[in-house]
Ligand binder design. Structure first.
Ligand code: ZN
Length: 624
C-alpha cells in the first residue's frame, strides 16, 4: 500500500503544475522567471516573500520558510495528512488512477442531517416537476404555456427539471410532512419561512429551476414569476444560503456539462441559466452558468477540473463585458485555456437567450462559434469603451493594452497585435514598442531586485565567517546534485561527505531516494520532496531540509552551468577549505586548553606554514 502511495505521489507531482495547484487557493502572478504571491502560511502583507517555480515544481516563502512541492502545498494549506494531500492534489489536477481508490476510505461522508436535507430538496424538486404537468392548479397550465411560448419544449423542460410551485403554498408543506419531514428540516431548505404561520411555500405561483451541486444533487431553486397579475417584486427568488447551497461554489448545469465538455473539449461559461437552456436548445450541451456575476476560487477549481477549453460568453451589455474582462484576467493569472465569444456584433440583443428568440438557431450557433483570443477581444472592448476621437482616449487605449502585449511570448502574435494597436490608436508601432519595453523593463527590474535581495541576504551577512567560502562551495555542489544525477555520482567518487550538517543530511536523503526510485528520469527536486514528505522517509528535521532544498533549487540559476571540469574545481576548493578550517579549529581548540602562550604561538606558526603549504600544493595541482 505504502509503496503504491509513494509511486502515485511521484506521478502526481510530475504532472502537477505548482502554479496551477497554488492558484486554486491563492492569487499568483508572474515575476521574472518565477511566480509570486502573498504567502498563505503567514500573515503576509506584501509581495516579495513567497515564490513559486514552475519548472522545478516547488514553492518557498523567504519569510516564514515554508516550502515544498505541489503536495506539500496542499497538505499545508488544507492542514491534512500526507495521504489525504495526495488524494486532494490528484483531484485538483484531475489525475485518475484506479489505485487511488485504495486510499479513498478516509474521505468524509455526508452527515445524517445533510442527507435528510438532500432527500427533502429532492422531494420538493419532484413535487414542483409533477405540479407543472399534473396539478389541479389552473395556473400550472399558464406556466407550461409560458415555457412553451419561450420556446422550451417538454423534453427541455424535463431535462432541466423545470417545475411549478403551486399557488396554494400549504400543499407542498403538507406533502413533505406526510413523507415524514419535520418542519425544521423543511424550513432549512429555505422554501418556507418558519416565522410565518401557516407554513407555506415562499415560491408559490412561480416557475422553479432547480440548482444542483457538482454531483447533481438538488441544493436550491431559482423561481421566476411569469403571470401578468403577479405583483411580487423580484423577477427571480433564489434560495438563500444553506449548509448545502453556497452560490459561490456552484456553477449551473456543471454536473450535466462535465462529461460532455471532456468529450468535445470545450465548455461555454454563460451568465444565467436561461442562457444555458438556450444553448441546449440549439444542441450545445456543454454549457454552464455563473450563479452570481463574480467568478470565485471554487468556480475556478471546478472549471479547471473540466479539463476543457473555457469559452467565455457573458452578456453583451456593459456590466457583462466588464465582468468578462475581469474573468479573462483571472484566467490569464491562473493559466487557463480559454477563448471569448466575439464582442464585435451587429445586433443589440445581450445574451444567448435573447439572440435565440430574435434570430433563431442558426444565428445563435454561428455567434457561439465565433471565438476570439483575448487580444482581439480586448481591442474591440477598449475601442467601444474609450473615446478614440480624443488624445486622452487614444493614450488610455495604448496603456490598457500594453500589459497584454508585454505578456505575449510568440513573436508573430506580438507583431500582429502591435500593428493592430497602432492602427486603432493612431500611434506609430515603434513608439508603442518603446512603451512596451519600458513597461517590461520596470517589471523585470522590480522582480529581479526583490528576488535577489532575498536570496543573497544570507550569504552577505556571513561574509566575515571563515566557513563562508567552504559553505558556499558545498552549497554549489549540493545544488548541482539536486539538478543532476551525474553530479551525485561525481560527488560520491570525489568528495564523499559534506562538512555542513544540513548538506550532509540532504546528501543522505538523495542517496536513499536514488535507491528508492526505479529510473533516472524520476530524479528531480519535486519527487525528492515527495520522498521526504512520505512516511517512508524517517528523517527528523523534515521542515528544515525541505526548506534548504527549495532554497538551493530556486537559486540554482545563479551558479554557472554544471560541467565536470567546473565540478572538479569546486571540489578542490572544498578540500582546500577543509584543511584551512581544520587548522583554525585545532588552533582554537589549543587556545581553549591551558597551553602556555609560547607553546600556542609556536603551534600557530606551524599551523600557518602548514596552511600555506596546502594552498601552494592545491595551486600546483590546479595548474597541472
Ligand atoms: Zn510565509
Amino acid at each position: 500500500m505504502i509503496d503504491n502511495l509513494f509511486e502515485i505521489a511521484n506521478e502526481i507531482v510530475k504532472q502537477a503544475d505548482i502554479v496551477e495547484v497554488a492558484s486554486h487557493y491563492i492569487k499568483v502572478e508572474k515575476c521574472g522567471r518565477n511566480y509570486q504571491a502573498l504567502c498563505p502560511f503567514h500573515d503576509d502583507k506584501k509581495l516579495g516573500n513567497f515564490y513559486l517555480n514552475k519548472d522545478k515544481g516547488i514553492f518557498k516563502c523567504f519569510s516564514c520558510g515554508k516550502s515544498g512541492n505541489a503536495i506539500t502545498f496542499v497538505q499545508s494549506i488544507e492542514h491534512i495528512p500526507f495521504k489525504e494531500a495526495v488524494l486532494k492534489t490528484a483531484e485538483l489536477i484531475g489525475y485518475n488512477d484506479e489505485r487511488l481508490n485504495n486510499f479513498v476510505s478516509t474521505k468524509p461522508s455526508i452527515s445524517e442531517h445533510d442527507q435528510k436535507l438532500f432527500n427533502c430538496l429532492e422531494e420538493i424538486c419532484q413535487f414542483y416537476e409533477n405540479s407543472l404537468f399534473f396539478s389541479k392548479d389552473e395556473a400550472a397550465v399558464d406556466a407550461l404555456n409560458y415555457l412553451h411560448n419561450r420556446g422550451l419544449d417538454d423534453e427541455t423542460i424535463k431535462h432541466f427539471r423545470i417545475g411549478y410551485c403551486q399557488r396554494n403554498g400549504e400543499n407542498i408543506v403538507e406533502f413533505l410532512r406526510s413523507k415524514g419531514y419535520s418542519i425544521t428540516i423543511i424550513s432549512e431548505t429555505r422554501i418556507v419561512n418558519i416565522n410565518k404561520t401557516p407554513f407555506r411555500d415562499s415560491n408559490a405561483g412561480r416557475i422553479s429551476f432547480p440548482i444542483a451541486d457538482k454531483d447533481g444533487c438538488v441544493v436550491g431553486f431559482s423561481c421566476r414569476k411569469f403571470r401578468e397579475d403577479d405583483t411580487s417584486n423580484a423577477k427571480y427568488i433564489n434560495t438563500s444560503a444553506t449548509s448545502l447551497f453556497n452560490k459561490g461554489n456552484i456553477l449551473y448545469n456543471y454536473n450535466n456539462a462535465i462529461n460532455e465538455a471532456r468529450k468535445v473539449g470545450y465548455v461555454y461559461l454563460l451568465e444565467g441559466f436561461m442562457d444555458v437552456i438556450a444553448c441546449y436548445r440549439v444542441g450545445i450541451k456543454s454549457a454552464i452558468a455563473l450563479m452570481g456575476t463574480a467568478l470565485t476560487r471554487d468556480n475556478l477549481q471546478h472549471l479547471r477540473f473540466m479539463k476543457s477549453q473555457i469559452r467565455l460568453c457573458l452578456d453583451l451589455d456593459n456590466p457583462g463585458q466588464l465582468n468578462a474582462l475581469n474573468i479573462s484576467n483571472l484566467f490569464d493569472e491562473a493559466n487557463i485555456d480559454y477563448k471569448i465569444v466575439n464582442n464585435d456584433v451587429d445586433f443589440s440583443e445581450k445574451d444567448t437567450d435573447e439572440i435565440l428568440k430574435a434570430y433563431g438557431d442558426e444565428k445563435l450557433r454561428s455567434y457561439l462559434g465565433d471565438l476570439k483570443n483575448k487580444g482581439e477581444w480586448l481591442l474591440v472592448y477598449l475601442s467601444k469603451h474609450l473615446n478614440l476621437k480624443t488624445l486622452d482616449g487614444k493614450k488610455k487605449m495604448v496603456n490598457s493594452f500594453i500589459p497584454y502585449l508585454a505578456s505575449l511570448a510568440n513573436l508573430l502574435d506580438y507583431e500582429y497585435y502591435l500593428n493592430s494597436l497602432s492602427r486603432v490608436s493612431g500611434f506609430d508601432a515603434s513608439i508603442i514598442e518603446k512603451a512596451v519595453n519600458k513597461y517590461k523593463g520596470k517589471l523585470d527590474k522590480k522582480d529581479e531586485v526583490a528576488y535577489t535581495n532575498l536570496t543573497t541576504s544570507n550569504s552577505t551577512s556571513k561574509k566575515d565567517n571563515p566557513f563562508t567560502k567552504l559553505k558556499l562551495a558545498e552549497k554549489q555542489i549540493v545544488s548541482y546534485m539536486l539538478e543532476n544525477k551525474d553530479a551525485v555520482d561525481k560527488y560520491e567518487i570525489k568528495l564523499g561527505y559534506f562538512v555542513d550538517s544540513n548538506y550532509k543530511e540532504i546528501a543522505n536523503l538523495i542517496e536513499e531516494f536514488i535507491n528508492r526510485i526505479n529510473s533516472a528520469n524520476e530524479y528531480n527536486v519535486k519527487n525528492l520532496i515527495v520522498f521526504l514528505d512520505s512516511d517512508e522517509c524517517k528523517f527528523l528535521n523534515k521542515d528544515l531540509i525541505r526548506d534548504e532544498i527549495a532554497n538551493l533549487a530556486l537559486e540554482y540559476n545563479k551558479f554557472p552551468p554544471y560541467s565536470e571540469a567546473h565540478f572538479t574545481d569546486i571540489v578542490n576548493t572544498i578540500n582546500e577549505e577543509k584543511e584551512n578550517n581544520l587548522a583554525i579549529d585545532t588552533y582554537k581548540l589549543n587556545i581553549k586548553s591551558n597551553k602556555s602562550e609560547l607553546e600556542q604561538a609556536k603551534y600557530a606558526k606551524t599551523l600557518l606554514s602548514k596552511r600555506k603549504f596546502l594552498i601552494d600544493e592545491n595551486d600546483k595541482k590546479r595548474r597541472n
